[in-house]
Ligand binder design. Structure first.
Ligand code: HEC
Length: 99
């Protein structure tokens, strides 16, 4: 509960500060072990976050599509990741801002 409150507080902040968002998303990526299969810039088991950002560049529905991938596996049958929509969105935004 305490944790949830801290998260809510930081999400409130980032509406105005943007950079706090990356911090929260990066923490979530670390705690969800995305790095077992991804790094920002190199191909591991999964593609680099930078190449994913490149692939989805300019697609207005990129965030919604990728939140769905993490939540349900999507078309690519990705590992499903547990988390609130806000958490998943924060992680997707870090992925999409990688370069
Ligand atoms: C067990 C390995 C594994 C883990 C853990 C993993 N991924 Fe992936 N991910 C992949 C592979 C493999 C692909 C590329 C092929 C595919 O999409 O199935 C991928 C693709 C993606 C894509 C692009 C999907 C698309 O439609 O092109 C995103 C975004 C992504 N991962 C984000 C994450 C995030 C965020 C996490 C942590 C919450 C994570 N992944 C954890 C293996 C993994």
């Amino acid at each position: 509960m305490k944790h949830a409150l801290v998260l809510t507080a930081s999400f409130g902040l980032l509406v105005s500060t943007g950079s706090a968002l990356a911090g929260a998303g990066e923490d979530l990526i670390a705690s969800n072990k995305c790095s077992k299969c991804h790094t920002a810039t190199t191909t591991k088991k999964g593609p680099s976050f930078a190449s994913i950002a490149e692939k989805f560049k300019g697609k207005p529905d990129a965030v919604a599509t990728l939140v769905d991938v993490l939540k349900t596996g999507g078309k690519v049958d990705h590992d499903t990741i547990k988390g609130s929509d806000a958490d998943l969105k924060a992680m997707v935004e870090v992925v999409l801002s990688s370069k």
